[in-house]
Design a protein around this ligand. Structure first.
Ligand code: SF4
Ligand code: ZN
Length: 380
């Protein structure tokens, strides 16, 4: 049987017939970190594979797939039809329709519990071209929300930038949805790749700062009510683990699925997918036929959150539900205790007018540093 593995893409021959579960065991792949696809169809672990089959094993967790045990059911928990997707943390498996419904229900619960937005609000949805943000935009549009897409071409790599943008444009065109694009190179005069090359700053930290700044600027300048991002349960649990290991109490206090606007130049920010795992958003995108960029950002190796994701995935494989217990437990029991830590006073940046805690915001400072460096280069 021909098996296509991704990131990096390669093909291996594995003798069949066998089952998905045994195939993954032989390849030492943690089933919680991948989806197995045969002719655009998702397969559960108990599915039989013939020697003539061609299957793709697609990593759906940033950082790829590791080893772990396999398991469980093959019938939809809700309607008893043959299952397509296992959700080990809910001790369940679902057919395609019931799975889509399950994911939408998780998002609806998040929106309601945290009073994120209503049908009257104008939403600006940050879309990267990846599975999470496109699945999010798709659900919001399906549910009748007024959702405009916003994509930043970050230029972390030439091919990656072009393909990410193309995925967003393709989706927007297919849905007749509005997509706004900011090109970092043309509009801001620098690229994240350049920062990585020069090596003076950590590219992921400048990248994160840039995304936060530009999306907030777009939302407040154009009068959107809420800024919506595709952070999922894995992202949130990894961030919390990182902040907890370093006891960054200010960051812990600010980690919330919904942050209100506390300044005229600071948009309300929400994360409606915080109840949905990364594997589930990927399965949602595949079942909905959404084309997304499967490759990872070329600079992903510098992303420290991946270490925490790896650690959580190891625990999740042994004990399904770990990530959700950790993050939901924080929201229920710990976040209220940290509320008093979050007491920053915001004022307007003297350079750009956006909100900041000091005189000049971090983005303006980073840009100034880049310009100074470019100036020194030009002079030498
Ligand atoms: Fe930006 Fe780092 Fe994510 Fe790449 S991996 S998009 S550089 S934050
Ligand atoms: Zn500024």
């Amino acid at each position: 049987m021909k098996v296509k593995l991704r990131n990096p893409t390669r093909e291996v021959e594995v003798p069949g017939p066998t089952s998905v579960r045994i195939l993954l065991e032989r390849l030492q792949i943690n089933p919680e970190t991948v989806l197995v696809i045969r002719e655009a169809d998702l397969l559960t672990r108990e599915e039989r594979l013939a020697d003539s089959d061609e299957v793709e094993i697609r990593p759906v967790i940033s950082g790829g797939a590791g080893r772990g045990p396999a398991g469980v059911a093959a019938k939809c928990k809700r309607c008893r039809a043959p299952a397509k997707v296992e959700v080990a943390r809910a001790n369940a498996a679902f057919c395609a329709d019931c799975f889509l419904r399950y994911v939408r229900n998780q998002m609806t619960k998040a929106i309601d519990d945290h009073e994120m937005f209503t049908k009257e609000d104008r939403l600006l949805v940050c879309v990267s071209g990846g599975k999470d943000s496109l699945a999010l935009w798709d659900m919001l549009l399906d549910m009748g929300y007024d959702a405009t897409g916003y994509h930043i071409v970050l230029w972390t790599g030439e091919e990656y930038a072009n393909e990410s943008r193309a995925m967003c444009e393709k989706y927007a065109a297919g849905r007749g949805a509005t997509l706004i694009v900011t090109d970092l190179k043309d509009d801001e005069g620098f690229t994240i790749e350049q920062i990585a090359r020069e090596g003076r700053r950590v590219p992921c930290s400048v990248c994160g700062l840039t995304k936060r700044y530009l999306s907030n600027l777009q939302a407040t300048r154009e009068g959107y009510d809420v800024l919506v991002t595709g952070h999922n349960l894995d992202d949130e649990a990894a961030t919390l683990l990182g902040n907890t290991l370093h006891w960054q109490t200010e960051y812990i206090a600010r980690q919330s699925p919904a942050l209100p606007s506390t300044h005229a130049k600071l948009s309300k920010k929400v994360k409606p997918l915080y109840r949905v795992s990364e594997r589930e958003t990927a399965a949602y995108a595949i079942l909905r036929g959404i084309d997304y960029i499967v490759e990872e950002c070329p600079l992903v190796a510098g992303n420290t959150a991946l270490r925490y994701k790896d650690a959580l995935n190891l625990m999740e494989a042994r004990s399904p539900g770990t990530k959700q217990q950790f993050f939901f437990g924080y929201l229920d029991k710990v976040a209220p205790l940290f509320a008093s830590e979050d007491k920053v006073e915001l004022r307007a940046c003297t350079e750009c007018g956006q909100s900041t805690t000091g005189d000049v915001c971090a983005y303006c400072r980073a840009k100034k540093q880049l310009r100074a460096k470019a100036g020194r280069k030009g002079a030498s």
